[in-house]
Design a protein around this ligand. Sequence first.
Ligand code: PMP
Length: 408
Amino acid sequence: MTSTLPTRPGEDFAARLSARAGRMSASAIRELLKLTQRPEIISFAGGLPAPELFPLDAIRAAANAVLDRHGPAAVQYGTTEGHLPLREWIAAQTPGLTPGHVQIVTGSQQGLDLLGKILIDEGDVVLVEAPTYLGALQSFQPYGPRYVELPTDEHGIDVDALEDVLKTHPAKLLYAIPNFQNPTGRTLSLERRRRLVELTAQYGVMVLEDDPYGKLRFTGEALPSLFTLGLERVGGDPERNHVLYSGSFSKTLVPGLRDAWVQGPHLIIEKLVQAKQGADLHTPIFNQMIITELVGEVLPRQIEIVKRAYGERAQHMVGRLREHFPAGVQFTEPEGGMFLWVTLPQGLDTTELFPRALERGVAYVPGRPFFALGGGANTMRLSYSSATPEQIERGVRALAETFREAMG
Ligand code: PMP
């Protein structure tokens, strides 16, 4: 065997990378987002929660309380499953769940990776929404899934199309974001939730429900989670529920403590524990203890604050889009969460338009990377979560001008 170690300047270690590493790719969005960091740019691109709403005083008080109460244990190694009082609190939100059904993860992003690791073999069919959360595609990709896209409309996944797909594809997993989806802001209707849960059960497909935004509904009625519907289907027995649930404190409290969870049957949780041991042993115990301090009083209050702010910002953005966008440009009107989705007339390409929008001082995320199998060139994601009314006004005008120019 000849050596593949680089010997001369300019050579590299590419030949030493695993096939798995070869399936990873740099996020196109990352490169674009670098351009949006300039202070003069109004960015609807980043998906960051509003920093001015973070409950810093409560976090400071909680950190002190944790150190006073737990002492060194707060910064000692912890159990892989996670801090028991936090798992108890999470389990108590759903009748029939025990802490054994809950695994704490370092951000739901880690949950996606670990679930990919324990569920997806190379070539397994994974059903995803078109479009879906780019970060989930990135997490699953190294495990070699074969993606099949499910068409969506204003009410989320088209369940008739889902049935057709299930008839022809022996799928392993369906990944869905039913509430205020990233990137579209759309919500899966109740009727479709029921049908999705029934159909996937009938065809033996597990469902991974990713729900970081569910609590951030600013208008309309809350809908039952797929997890709850799955649980009802099997008489409340968590061991037979084919829906796994991924929850997070990133959007309701703060993202930087990296505290999230996965809930599901014991067997899946036990495997997750093993996978997590190999990944990072455990999520920082100090962070989990801080979150545990906050879930009682601060979290419900914080959810109200965030909902109100995002609701106002969303309403403001939708109002300005109605006012300024040229006819032929469509957009979603989210009932919660942080994003909305814009569709330009066919033939326009939002990646090509991006530099022109930047010249006018506004940034967005082009929609293409959110599609597992390509397409969506004429779409884009806008985030309103950390924009002021003035930025929304100016940014939307700049976007509208960019579109007008492109539409001729
Ligand atoms: N899932 C979805 C749908 C998301 O939008 C995000 C964050 N952008 C995540 C998962 C990851 O969130 P976290 O790791 O902070 O919990």
